[in-house]
Design a protein around this ligand. Structure first.
Ligand code: SF4
Length: 125
């Protein structure tokens, strides 16, 4: 984890998109990790993080203030969309989704062609 990762003072992705995933990722299922009590069932086969299935999403797991300082309270048990989210700078690539989330919160875009060290999303608890 880089202390300079912009993810640590952003968190916009966790407060912009619906975070949905196969229900088998919850700890209600064998081998699942995501705390069920922090999820909402949205179909017989899919769940989402509580707080993200609404017009102004904000994941229940997000702690802190978007654009100032944030962390994920279930970092080690976060669902696959969080692990797979293409954050800005990953593999040296820009992330349109990251920029879109930042814009939705009035945050300025991150510079294009970000440099290494590799950026890591939301710090562990
Ligand atoms: S589980 Fe953690 S990383 Fe995923 S949206 Fe919620 S706060 Fe963000």
């Amino acid at each position: 984890m880089s202390d300079h990762s912009p993810c640590l003072n952003c968190g916009a992705c966790c407060a912009t998109f619906r975070v949905s995933f196969y229900w088998g990722e919850t700890d209600s299922a064998p081998g699942g990790d995501v705390p069920t009590q922090l999820t909402e069932q949205i179909t017989p086969y899919r769940a989402c993080m509580q707080g993200t299935n609404q017009p102004q999403p904000r994941c229940v797991g997000l702690m802190g203030t978007v654009g100032e300082g944030v962390r994920c309270s279930i970092y080690e048990k976060r669902p696959s969309p969080c692990r797979d989210f293409p954050f800005h700078g990953e593999n040296g690539l820009d992330s349109p989704d990251c920029q879109r989330a930042r814009a939705a919160h009035g945050l300025p875009p991150l510079p294009s062609n970000p440099t290494r060290p590799r950026l890591i999303p939301i710090v562990a608890a």
